[in-house]
Ligand binder design. Structure first.
Ligand code: ASP
Length: 346
């Protein structure tokens, strides 16, 4: 089934519990610890977690859960992940992805074209080469040499529509859409913002998981910011940018304006804050505060969200703008969504 992110939220918000983890006395309240557990960005993470959960619940490894979960969304005609994603400003879909296991092994691909499962190519880079990152034509050649099929470069129907909308103005404004405006709908919930340059210009899938053996892994896959400059690479394929895993401490992933995440080595920073003793939520919050402090005025204009779990399976997130949602699946409950707290309240 195809789940463009916002449609999915609309269809499921009424039947799924959405938890809001509230602040008390400046410290954020922490979601309880579980093992195994899988968490992933956005509401499109719900079906992704189900795929990963099948592996975790039958004793499988976190690295397999985060890879197969990512494959499941790379396989859909999603607006922002995989070949169905929005193209760059020249009409090409270019994919970024990275993966990291519990032994500091990592693999990454960037600016990859016409290959369906970038996260699996990244895993092959990790497992079969002495390198961490392959890009562009070299990454494609490596993929083809390792059994991946070349797909045609045709845009998905959704992406074609979005691209045509964007072309009307062809404005090069690398805005990441802020999920929710200050306006509220009739249920007093913030309503999604509409942008001139396409409704869907991000929604990277970041997944972090803790398996039954107590090992952490993560993956991050995206077509990147919609209508980006040709050749632009964001945070998502960067170890320490879109993803970081330290099996002693925890794992973190990000979504939002990649340039801003890169500036502070965002997910590495989140893990380091957890190393200092912060909970996942407070670690994400501290990283967001660090980012906002660089330029508080500019921070009002973009979205970044961090999502983290620690070694005992506690999870948490924090974002700049309201609207950053993540999906959780553990042994106790059906998959559910959590609304992260944000720096600006909307
Ligand atoms: N972080 C991604 C990028 O900058 C965008 C996203 O989160 O969807 O490419």
């Amino acid at each position: 089934m195809i789940y463009p992110r916002r449609k999915f939220l609309k269809n499921t918000a009424s039947i799924l519990p959405i938890m809001v983890i509230a602040s008390s006395c400046g410290e954020t309240k922490q979601a309880s610890a579980k093992k195994p557990i899988i968490v992933s960005t956005w509401d499109s993470g719900l079906p992704v977690n189900e795929v990963g959960w099948k592996i975790l619940s039958s004793g499988g490894k976190a690295i397999d859960a985060v890879e197969k979960g990512a494959n499941s969304i790379e396989d859909t005609i999603n607006c922002c992940v995989g070949l169905g994603g929005n193209p760059d400003r020249d009409g090409y879909v270019t994919l970024d992805a990275c993966i990291m296991d519990d032994q500091y092994n990592c693999g990454s691909v960037a600016y990859l074209q016409d290959i369906k499962y970038p996260i699996s190519v990244a895993r092959k880079v990790m497992e079969l080469t002495p390198h961490v990152m392959l890009v562009g034509e070299g990454a494609k050649q490596f993929a083809l040499a390792n059994g991946f099929k070349e797909e045609d470069g045709k845009l998905s129907e959704v992406a074609q529509i979005e691209y045509e909308k964007w072309l009307k103005k062809s404005e090069y404004k690398p805005i990441i859409n802020i999920e929710q405006t200050q306006s509220k709908n009739q249920n007093n919930q913030a309503a999604p913002a509409k942008l001139d340059n396409g409704d869907f210009n991000h929604d990277t899938m970041g997944i972090v998981a803790l398996d039954g053996q107590g090992n952490l892994s993560g993956s991050c896959t995206t077509s990147g910011m919609g209508f980006k400059m040709h050749g632009r690479v964001g945070d998502s394929p960067l170890i320490g940018g879109g993803l970081y895993v330290d099996n002693e401490i925890g794992a973190a992933t990000s979504s939002g304006q990649g340039e801003e995440v890169i500036r502070i080595c965002g997910t590495h920073l989140v893990v380091e804050y957890m190393r200092m003793g912060k909970s996942p939520t407070d670690a994400c919050k501290a990283a967001i505060e660090r980012l906002v402090k660089i330029n508080p005025e500019k921070a009002k204009t973009f979205q970044v969200g961090f999502l983290a779990i620690n070694k005992s399976g506690e999870h948490g997130a924090f974002s700049i703008q309201p609207g950053f949602v993540y999906a959780v699946k553990d042994s106790d409950q059906d998959g559910y969504l959590v609304n992260s707290e944000s720096y600006f309240k909307g």
